[in-house]
Ligand binder design. Sequence first.
Ligand code: SF4
Ligand code: SF4
Length: 152
Amino acid sequence: MPSYVNPDKCDGCKALDKTACQYICPNDLMVLDKDKMKAYNRDVSMCWECYNCVKICPTQAIEVRGYADFVPLGASVTPLRSTDSIMWTVKFRNGTLKRFKFPIRKTPEGSAVPDGGFKTTGNLNSLDLFTEPESLGLPEVFRLGGKESANA
Ligand code: SF4
Ligand code: SF4
């Protein structure tokens, strides 16, 4: 379900050096067409559907669209940010609207602890996730076919 920029709503972030969607995309997908001053997703097949660009866009120009074979066209989910929450508007295909408000995290920028205090192996070849096995409360990760934790 890649992101899609509605060109009617995008104002190119008013010609800032880097647009908000370019700043936030973890996969560096958003591009600004400087002639038209409209942003677009340059490779939808690489989109992680993380919703970062959708949430940060100041003009609510970005939506994440489901593929038509399993999400009916015409539906949308639009966030509106405030200082302490996001108001999500869910529009169903039949026109029904539902809204819900969700509080945002208050952690100051840059203060998040990526490992949550758990021990990490730092071994990128391991099949274990970043903080396993400690965050599972186990001495090691057991797998089918053997108890190897694939830390080699
Ligand atoms: S953040 Fe929104 S308004 Fe700014 S360039 Fe991206 S799509 Fe356009
Ligand atoms: S949904 Fe996430 S990965 Fe996809 S374009 Fe937006 S910020 Fe990038």
